[in-house]
Design a protein around this ligand. Structure first.
Ligand SMILES: Cc1cc2nc3c(=O)[nH]c(=O)nc-3n(C[C@H](O)[C@H](O)[C@H](O)COP(=O)(O)OP(=O)(O)OC[C@H]3O[C@@H](n4cnc5c(N)ncnc54)[C@H](O)[C@@H]3O)c2cc1C
Length: 204
């Protein structure tokens, strides 16, 4: 574990949070890491422990059920995960999906998902990559076509962090193939949506 006392990026509150993170990881994550790696999944009860300790979606504003902290707290958590060598997908929820919900979501979507994402009751994922499209995201083939007041999505995704236990997946799909990058949308797909299927758990 690196000594962090000489760095100026963090204040006392960040360092107090780091102590909490180390304590909670030591109790609930470190002893089970081999099992998580072997099974390729971090079980839901561990997510709950993280949520209970205030270690999920720390930047989410109070009115959306969060603590309204600065991004430095996310950085502390990411550093501590890295020191452990854990690939747990908490950072995806903390750093990426929470921001999509908070900045781009409707008030209804924020109310439906964010409090659960903070508490660890809701696990999220973002599905961009496809078997035939990675860095060049414009090459995705997944489409979302309007059908009345529904969207019908066709396509498959791969390498999705938290994909095996996500309750809600932000799916990147082409809604207007003529418009290039501007014709790509983010679609919220609850895992219990008819037709949604999880693939094989990849060793990644
Ligand atoms: C641990 C892990 C977690 C992931 N989690 C997610 C997730 O949650 N959601 C999700 O959607 N995806 C996820 N991915 C997929 C990840 O986003 C893709 O692997 C990434 O976009 C690269 O795509 P690719 O693997 O198809 O590689 P490619 O795009 O085929 O690239 C292969 C190589 O070519 C290089 N390359 C590509 N284009 C160029 C270029 N124009 N010029 C020069 N070099 C280039 C790349 O740097 C790379 O070295 C995850 C991947 C990993 C490994």
């Amino acid at each position: 574990m690196l000594a962090t006392s000489y760095r100026t990026a963090y204040n006392e509150d960040h360092e107090a949070f780091r102590d909490t993170v180390r304590r909670v990881f030591a109790e609930h994550l470190t002893p089970h890491m081999d099992e998580h790696e072997a099974n390729g999944i971090v079980p839901r009860d561990v997510w709950k422990k993280m949520g209970d300790a205030g270690m999920l979606c720390m930047t989410v504003r109070e009115e959306n059920g969060g603590l309204g902290l600065d991004f430095g707290f996310n950085c502390v958590l990411t550093e501590e995960l890295s020191y452990l060598g854990s690939s747990a997908g908490f950072t995806l929820q903390n750093d990426i999906t929470a921001n999509y919900f908070e900045r781009l979501g409707t008030p209804e979507q924020r109310a439906k998902y964010l409090p659960g994402m903070v508490s660890g009751d809701i696990i999220t994922a973002i599905a961009m990559t496809e078997p035939g499209a990675g860095s060049d995201l414009q090459g995705i083939r997944t489409t979302a076509r309007k059908d009345g007041n529904h969207l019908v999505i066709n396509g498959s995704k791969t390498y999705i962090t938290n994909g095996q236990n996500a309750d809600c997946v932000i799916v990147v799909a082409k809604t207007d193939p003529e418009k290039g990058a501007k014709g790509i949308s983010l679609v919220l797909v609850d895992a219990d949506t008819p037709g949604f299927e999880r693939g094989r758990n990849l060793d990644k």
